[in-house]
Design a protein around this ligand. Sequence first.
Ligand SMILES: [Zn+2]
Length: 475
Amino acid sequence: MQFTTDIVIGLEVHAGLNTKTKLFCGCPNRKAEQPNTLICPVCLGHPGSKPVVNRKVIEYALRMGIATQSKLASELIFSRKSYFYPDLAKNYQITQYELPICSGGKLALKDGKEVGFIRIHLEEDPASLVHQGSMQESPFVLVDYNRSGSPLLEIVTKPCMASPEEARDFMKQLITTLGYLNIFDANDGIIKADANLSIRESGYTRVEIKNITGFKEIERALIYEVARQKQEINDGKNRVQETRGWDADKGITFSMRTKETEADYGYIIDPDLVPITITKEMIEEVRMRMPELAPQKIQRYAGLGVDRTDAEIVASELELAELFERALEEGIKPVFAARWIRRELLRVLNYNKKSITDAKVDERQLFTLFRLVSGKKITEKTGQRLIEKLMDASFDMQEYVEKEGLLAVSDSDQLEQWCREAIAESTKAVEDYKNGSEKSLNFIVGHVMQKSRGTAAPEEVKGMLRNLLRNTSAL
Ligand SMILES: [Zn+2]
């Protein structure tokens, strides 16, 4: 392949689907407190047990295929990928090799660049291995088969991303899409990626980095690996094709092995699973029930007059988009709701390092707050303070505002009195303002705001101060 960029990145992403049961048996597909409790002969690979495909999983994969404009296979075929490892009771993993359920799809990055897919296929998750302490030091390994047989969607992109930032954005867009399709739990689901990286300086020798969790880690791992390879080349070392692991704690990649080839896995079609025809009717049924996705939401919000960036940020997380839409149902104006969700709600969430789901904000009180601010019953400044308070615990917004005397002061006699006092107490600032310093006016505004405990609207105060200062006799 002819590459044109300095860095070339392709990703293989595994996302755990949020079905109720596993891929080939009726065991629950969820986390459990006790190891080896969500298991049966099928997911333990006991002799004589036979797998049966979970229909929901096919539907989920088709949803993803339709959302990414992939070509959908007309038949569902599963293969056995043979290798020995303790996490694999059958000594083979059931996956799709010859014919993936989806091929040739694409997903757009934030800047509009499209990342093409080679394929999307289904496979079962192996068991989890539990080490005592670190993998290197543990004297034994424990195997928990609860995860064994859980459905995974593997998404393989073309090597077409040109920077670690693009890879990070791709992961973010992918998680958003999976969340919108309601096939992946964006808060609790497992998403892991293997990254293929080649850089120009090495003649595009391919290195694979295994098992990177989450979109922030992808960027970190790739930035590290690009720098490491450049350093090695500077030191005169020859680059070899290899597989490396990512140690998130240490922030480094380490060599695991030289790359095996696909032939080493001895794929065969699984004789226990009969091919299932994917009919036009099945696809049509899924298509009819497709939810609205982020790009369509952004268009729709922009059509309501919402600022484009506000719309993009609100639509970037399904929970935010749903919150926004519920606010509209409550009669809050779209432009205001989007602006406050993006600027104020996200500000306090980020400050508290919480997602909208963890924060468990009392929505009724939040919408009351939105109504009070947008109706100019309280000032934006008061609103900002109250949204911070709402993060800690729920309280009756309306009652609190009235009790604490936080309603915006529109009584102009009261405003004028505060302004006159502030002018009298700020001799230096008044003089500077009269000599042309705009900044000094803001100082006096601040003084009035203090007196009003934030209940005066700054714009109104500014206007009144200008009038009073213009008319010297008023002083
Ligand atoms: Zn089972």
